[in-house]
Structures are given as structure tokens and as C-alpha cells.
Write a protein that binds this ligand. Structure first.
Ligand SMILES: *Cc1c(COP(=O)(O)O)cnc(C)c1O
Length: 397
């Protein structure tokens, strides 16, 4: 199938919910992708913060192949070793006590919301609780996850969504405080807002929200789907802040390409939360994804991936800052670790398209941010190459 045929047939058969770039990727190696014409691209998107180890990592591939030949799926009616080992590792990395594996980030959010509601139901002996979420957040596209996604444009056609959700302003503690009432059971936020434009929470905000939660027995749910798994230089971004969530979500780099998510909670929450019959999944946490998560966490721990991220981050920041300095239409850089955004006054979609022509994959966040979420294994030479290519692209704008 050549490129034009693939694009044409995809457009004729796959529901048009994405405006795709005209590229058909064929394979990847390290931090490079190759299209069907053999053109090479330096990848600073990592499949939207998924491919932490880049492409075609031998150890990961072998672990998955071995598991494919052994056992793929049996259902959650039985135990399996790979997911049990993965569970122990993710609990150790997160200092949480209980985990439920899902098939996506969205489902992890669904589970987290249900877990919080069930906790409050058990505690109070009745339902009818409310949740506070943030404007400009992104938590997924299912009706539950969409209900806590603070984006009117995404929500409007699907209303009414689940009731009892109130929206506060991210990084404005007073706006959260003003919404708390006796029905509030949880506050959900991304530790670093991703799709909304790469906004890290401030220390005062996250610590303040934590204090409010403690004061009112409200559960703090941190969405670490994009910013977790080593991306910011800690295994989970909240570990920078000296606070701990009651419930958290993970996905994206958790499986490094295998579709898997998770929601995790402390024992205090678990005791009053989801019990047999309350929640389930057919695929979630099967032996195949178990092998993926187990291998990813094993490699991250052994290779001290967070140390590498901490080391390389200042270099990336310096290179991006130099471009912000050089081009008037780039107005700011912000981010945490290898999750960086550059605010741009020219159409970011056009810049991403032009970058592809130059053999560089970058994506956007929100309406005016260029997003840099490369594989965590990048070296200085890749940062240099990215900066050079991006400079050439920006010079054309
Ligand atoms: C991607 C993302 C989700 C949704 O995850 P899916 O795997 O696409 O369902 C939720 N929250 C955040 C912060 C995300 O970045």
C-alpha cells in the first residue's frame, strides 16, 4: 500500500475525528521515526508522551514477545504473575497502596471518580456528592472523564454530562476554596496541565489544595497520565511538591505503547472504596499488558531514568529559551522536566506541519503552545538536532 492509498483509504473508512498530518510512519528506532518513503524524523512527541524508551527497545520487545508466546489473556477471574509483579513495582514507585489496571487513561479517570464517590458514600451512608475540577483541564473523552474536563467546546454537544461537577481556576487557590461545600468529595487536577497548554501547578497551589482536602476530608485526585512515569524528573510529578494524592491515575508511558492505564489509591481510601461488584474490566491488567508495565518499570528503576531526565532538562530548557529569545513571536517557555511548552503567536499547527517537512515531530497543546514531550532517553545531540531543525522552521515563518 503506498502512502497516498493508505491516506485515502483511511479517510474513507476511519471516522474522521482527527485532522491527521499527511505522514504514514512505518517503523522507529531509538528517538527516530521512518515513514513509508524511508524519510527520517527526529521525534519530540513520543506518540504523545507515551514512548519513554523511544522505539524498538530490544529488552522491551523481547519481554513482550516472550509473553505473547506464553499467555496473552485469561480475564480477571484468575490471578496472573506479570500483572502482580507490575502492581508491586507501580506501588513502590508511587508510594500508593492499591492499584486497578485499566485499558486507557480515560478509563483510569472513570475508575478514580467512582472510587472517590464510593469512598464518600461509605463514609456518609448516602450518595449525591460533588467533585471540583479545573478549567482548561483534560481528563479524557468518555462521558465521565469529559464531565471533569474543563473545556466547553469538548463538552457542549454531549450535555447533560454527569451532574455535581464544579470548575475552579488552576493555580488559583481561592477559586477552589470558594467552591467547597459539604457535598464535595474530591478535587481532581493534573499535576502539570498537558492539553490545556503545559502549566505546572505551583507549589502554593498544590500544597494549598492538599491542605484544603485534609481539612474537609476531601480526596485529592492527581491525574498523572501525561506528566507521570518519569517525565518530569520524578517518577510522578507530585513527588516534586512534598504532597501526596489520595487517588492518582497513570497511563500513556505506563505501557510504552501497549494500551494500559491505572488508578491507584492509599489504603485509607481503599478500605471505604470499590469492593467486589463495584468495578471491573475484561482486558484490564491481563498478562500481556502486565509484562509491558513490569518491564517498563523495571527498566526505569534500573536505568535511573529520572536521573537522566533531571540531567538533560536544563539543556533542553536552555535551547528552547534561546529560540524564545531569538523569535519575537515566541513569547514564553514553561514546563517541568521533559514536558515543555513554548507559547507562540503564530499558528502552531502550521509550525508542526513545517517541522515534519524538516524531519522533526513536534506537537501542539491548546491553541498557542508548541509541546515538547520527547522520549525520556534523548541525549544532548538530539536536543541540538531538534533546536537546529526548529530554528530553520521558525526562520521560514
Ligand atoms: C491523554 C490524557 C488522558 C486520556 O488518556 P487516554 O489514554 O487517551 O484515554 C487523561 N488525562 C491526561 C492528563 C492525559 O494527558
Amino acid at each position: 500500500m503506498n502512502k497516498e492509498t493508505c491516506m485515502k483509504e483511511a479517510e474513507e473508512s476511519i471516522l474522521h475525528t482527527y485532522n491527521r498530518f499527511p505522514v504514514v510512519f512505518d517503523h522507529g528506532e531509538g528517538v527516530y521515526l521512518y515513514d513509508t518513503d524511508g524519510k527520517e524524523y527526529l521525534d519530540f512527541a513520543a506518540g504523545i508522551a507515551v514512548q519513554a524508551f523511544g522505539y524498538h527497545n530490544r529488552e522491551y520487545s523481547e519481554a513482550l514477545k516472550t509473553q505473547v508466546d506464553k499467555l496473552m489473556h485469561t480475564s480477571n477471574l484468575f490471578y496472573n504473575e506479570p500483572i502482580t509483579s507490575a502492581a508491586k513495582r507501580v506501588l513502590k514507585a508511587s508510594r500508593m497502596d492499591r492499584v486497578f489496571f485499566t485499558n486507557s487513561g480515560t478509563e483510569a479517570i472513570e475508575g478514580a471518580l467512582k472510587a472517590a464517590k464510593k469512598y464518600a458514600y461509605t463514609r456518609d451512608g448516602h450518595a449525591g456528592h460533588e467533585i471540583i475540577a479545573m478549567n482548561h483541564s483534560f481528563h479524557g473523552r468518555s462521558l465521565g472523564a469529559l464531565s471533569v474536563t474543563g473545556n466547553k467546546h469538548y463538552q457542549e454537544p454531549f450535555e447533560p454530562l454527569i451532574p455535581g461537577i464544579r470548575f475552579a481556576e488552576f493555580n488559583q487557590l481561592d477559586s477552589v476554596k470558594a467552591l467547597i461545600n459539604e457535598k464535595t468529595c474530591a478535587i481532581i487536577l493534573e499535576t502539570v496541565q498537558g492539553e490545556g497548554g503545559i502549566y505546572p501547578a505551583t507549589d502554593e497551589f498544590l500544597q494549598g489544595v492538599r491542605a484544603l482536602c485534609d481539612e474537609h476530608d476531601i480526596l485529592l485526585i492527581l491525574d498523572e497520565i501525561q506528566c507521570g512515569m518519569g517525565r518530569t524528573g520524578e517518577m510522578f510529578a507530585w513527588q516534586h511538591y512534598g504532597v501526596k494524592p489520595d487517588i492518582m491515575t497513570s497511563a500513556k508511558a505506563l505501557g510504552c505503547g501497549v494500551p494500559v492505564g491505572a488508578f491507584l489509591m492509599t489504603e485509607r481510601v481503599a478500605e471505604k472504596s470499590l469492593a467486589p461488584g463495584d468495578h471491573g474490566t475484561t482486558y484490564g491488567g491481563n498478562p500481556f499488558v502486565g509484562a509491558a508495565v513490569d518491564t517498563v518499570l523495571k527498566m526505569m528503576e534500573r536505568d535511573r531514568i529520572t536521573e537522566h531526565v533531571k540531567e538533560i532538562t536544563p539543556y533542553l530548557e536552555q535551547k528552547l529559551d534561546a529560540l524564545v529569545e531569538k523569535y519575537d513571536f515566541l513569547t514564553a517557555r514553561r514546563g517541568l522536566g521533559l514536558m515543555q511548552g513554548v507559547v507562540c503567536e503564530k499558528p502552531v499547527g502550521k509550525i508542526a506541519s513545517a517541522a515534519l517537512e524538516h524531519g522533526l515531530v513536534v506537537i501542539t497543546a491548546g491553541a498557542d503552545v508548541l509541546r515538547f514531550v520527547p522520549p525520556l532517553i534523548i541525549g544532548k545531540e538530539h536536543v541540538d538536532e531538534m533546536a537546529e531543525k526548529l530554528d530553520a522552521v521558525l526562520a521560514e515563518m
